[in-house]
Design a protein around this ligand. Structure first.
Ligand code: ADP
Length: 553
């Protein structure tokens, strides 16, 4: 093969010599390469470069082009000499390109071309175009500016990039679809589960035979574990689908801990554990429902994984942050498992027992903490204790009048007055029938409405201290809350109400003001929580509800 010299105008004396000495020092050592050898090397490098190499002078004229130019552009190198770069630029980009060249010449520095221009295209001799990657390097010879351009056809790389972006978008779309599916499926499964739960509770009240009672107890445990799984699936899929945007409100910390204490106190007692909470009297600027959900999962875990001793929430405030430490004296977590416990569905199998968990609690905590800009850290000693530290940045804490407050429990569990009347509003036939049966067996005087209209009709003759128990989502866009509001408008603001919702977090978020004498419960509702709510409201002095409660731990 005969070698054509590289086309161009260059002077080996001025341009190559200084580099030659440098190069010879680098690679030559002993014996040093000669100038002829060096010239050969540069010729080879220029020839075999995978990029088309072009040099333009300060007038924009092409003064040098290597062989690869013919592969990339379809021009023989010498055909380009003396022409401006325009010949290699698609016509529609020439004006823009000229401006870019002028800008570059006024401030020359090595750089990737096009970072500010978006996609770059070059034009071949036959008029076809390709996606180009161009690197520019200015240099001076005898004070005169030249610019070297290395140009490569990046069509294939671009195609691969586009395919990767499309694949990622598709994966994200599929992931969102999965989350939506999970959210819808778990939401829709709540109604029948609610019915089964209430019927099971009703049958338990009726059962006289101890064997049947034992079977019903087993059934109740299975129903509870299904409810737990559904709740966790719904929570995580909602968080992952990106549907939840935190809504900042002012959350007074002692109030939040008070709610937690009322929710978990009976569980702690049932497990023979002490539950202590020490709040700092500060206000946290955060999403109330998500904050509660995070603490709910951590306290639930602490109680679940502790057999003896106590669970305590300690809050400390310093200049940098508010720190909440949920400390238990439980079974602990082995050090090698700490990294994975925040993964979805990951559970540490302790002595073969998984303790009624589904492995989603900490994944929910992680997502919520990310949304709220909190940090969560776990320290644990196996067989001794686990400390979960939640750090809330100082800018989210309003420290007006901080003082240590030991949380007092709301008095709960008052006995039902024998005459407590309930107006039940539920549009799902199965759930209505089961709830009515359950409440009647508990000794309440229940009448029920299957629709908004029917509820409004029945409410005209509201009975003495009648409590409204209503599903949130009713027929044709009416809500149980609307029923409560209208009934209160007619009969007074102290008509007590229990609102049941399949999407409690959204409902709580939609409330702009606290609603007195009302309780909000998550579906599928825990029968004990429902009874407790009704009992509290029927007690002489109704107390104000603070936060929605998730009855299942
Ligand atoms: P689960 O539903 O199983 O509780 P989580 O995601 O909440 O799932 O927790 C993951 C695992 O981390 C649990 O299975 C448990 O082994 C471990 N774990 C979480 N909190 C504690 C704790 N306070 N003490 C001991 N182990 C814990």
């Amino acid at each position: 093969m005969t070698r054509r010299p590289v086309a161009g105008v260059y002077s080996s004396e001025t341009a190559v010599l200084p580099s030659a000495r440098h190069l010879a020092c680098e690679i030559g050592r002993n014996p040093p390469i000669t100038m002829d050898e060096f010239a050969e090397i540069t010729q080879h490098l220029l020839r075999s470069s995978p990029d088309a190499l072009i040099v333009i002078d300060d007038q924009g004229a092409i003064r040098f082009a290597n062989d690869t130019v013919s592969e990339v552009f379809g021009y023989a190198p010498e055909q380009l000499l003396g022409h401006t770069l325009d010949v290699l630029v698609p016509e529609r980009f020439r004006n823009r390109h000229m401006r870019h060249v002028t800008g570059f010449v006024s401030e020359p520095r090595s750089r990737e071309m096009g970072a500010s221009l978006g996609d770059l295209y070059a034009r071949r001799a036959d008029g076809s175009e390709f996606h180009a990657g161009i690197r520019l390097a200015p240099f001076r010879i005898n004070g005169k500016l030249f610019v070297a351009a290395a140009i490569r056809d990046t069509t294939e790389r671009q195609r691969i990039n586009e395919a990767l972006v499309a694949a990622r978008e598709e994966a994200e779309r599929a992931n969102r679809a999965k989350s939506r599916f999970l959210a819808t499926a778990s939401h829709d499964l709540r109604q029948p589960l609610q019915t089964i739960k209430l019927l099971n509770a009703a049958m338990t009240r009726l059962a006289r035979d101890p064997e049947i009672s034992a079977l019903l107890k087993h059934q109740e445990l299975a129903i509870e574990s299904t409810a737990r799984l559904l709740n966790a699936l719904l929570d995580i899929s909602r968080l992952e689908s990106g549907a939840i945007e935190p809504q900042e409100t002012r959350v007074f910390l002692p109030e939040m801990l008070d709610s937690l204490k009322s929710e978990f106190d009976s569980i702690a007692k049932a497990r023979g554990l002490e539950l202590q909470m020490r709040a700092v009297g500060v206000t946290v600027l955060t999403d109330r429902v998500l904050f509660y959900q995070l603490l709910q999962n951590l306290v639930g875990n602490a109680l679940k994984y502790t057999d003896h001793g106590s669970v305590a929430i300690e809050c400390t405030l310093d200049a940098g942050a508010l720190t909440m430490c949920i400390r238990d004296t439980g079974i602990g977590i082995p050090p090698d498992k700490l990294e994975r416990i925040f993964d979805e569905y990951y559970q540490v199998d302790t002595h073969g027992t998984k303790r009624l968990g589904v492995g989603l609690g900490l994944a929910i905590v992680k997502e919520v903490a990310r949304l709220l800009k909190f940090r969560v850290k776990i320290n644990s000693v196996v067989g001794q204790s686990t400390d979960v530290t939640v750090t809330i940045p100082a800018e989210l804490v309003d420290r007006a009048s901080p003082d240590l407050t030991t949380v007092q429990l709301h008095p709960v569990g008052a006995a039902p007055t024998p005459t407590t009347c309930i107006l039940l509003v539920e549009d799902n036939d199965g759930v209505r029938m089961a709830t009515e049966l359950f409440l009647k067996l508990e000794g309440f005087d229940v009448r029920s409405a299957a629709s908004f209209a029917e509820a409004m009709q029945m409410a005209e003759n509201l009975r003495e201290r009648e409590i409204l128990v209503a599903d949130y989502h009713l027929d044709s866009s009416h809500t149980g809350l609307e029923v409560l509001t209208r009934v209160r408008a007619q009969h007074g603001a102290d008509v007590p109400g229990v609102i049941l919702s399949g999407d409690l977090p959204s409902l709580m978020r939609s409330l702009t003001t606290a609603i007195p004498s009302a309780r909000f419960l998550s579906k599928p509702v825990d029968t004990d929580a429902l009874l407790q709510a009704v009992k509290e409201l029927s007690a002489a002095r109704p107390t104000q509800s603070l936060a929605g409660r998730r009855a299942n731990v």
